[in-house]
Design a protein around this ligand. Sequence first.
Ligand code: FES
Length: 170
Amino acid sequence: MCKVEEREAILETVSAALAKFEAKRENLIPLLQEVQGQLGYLPPAAMAQIAAYLGVPAVEVYGPATFYNDFRLHPPGEHQIKVCMGTACYMIGGQIALDSFERRLGIKVGKTTPDRKFSLDQVACVGCCALAPVVVVDNYVEGRVTPTRVDGIILSFAEGNDKGKEKKGT
Ligand code: FES
C-alpha cells in the first residue's frame, strides 16, 4: 500500500471510529482507544483528525497519547512482546527480563524493531502471577522468563516456530 492509500485508509478508519462518539472532550481517551484498537497504533494523521473532531488543539490529543503506556505511536511489530511489570512479576525479575529483551532486540520498551518483526511493551498484571516473571508474546504466555530464555523466545517467534505453546487464557 502506498503512502497516499495508507493515509486514506487511516482517515477512513478514524472517521468510522469518530462516528461512534459524540464530539465531546471527555470522549478523547475512549476515542484514542477505539482508533488504536482498529489501527494498532495512533498515527499523527489520526490524532490530528481526532483533535479537529473534538475541536481541541492537537497538543491536547498528543498529551495523553504520549503519556499513557497503553498508547502506541508507532505501528506494532509482527510479533508483540509484552513483559509483565505487575507487582509479582516485577518483584521476581520482570525488570531484568525487560532489560534483556531491550538488549537482545536493540530497542527500548514501546518501540518496534526496524524490520517490524517485534515490538516490545510492558504491561500490568496479565493474571498468571504463579508463573512470574511472565512475558506474553502475541497470545502465548511464557512463564518464569529469565535472561537465559530470552534468545530462545525471540528465535522461536522469529522463525515462526510458535505452534503448541500455551495460549493466554486457555
Ligand atoms: S504480576 Fe505478572 S502475571 Fe500477575
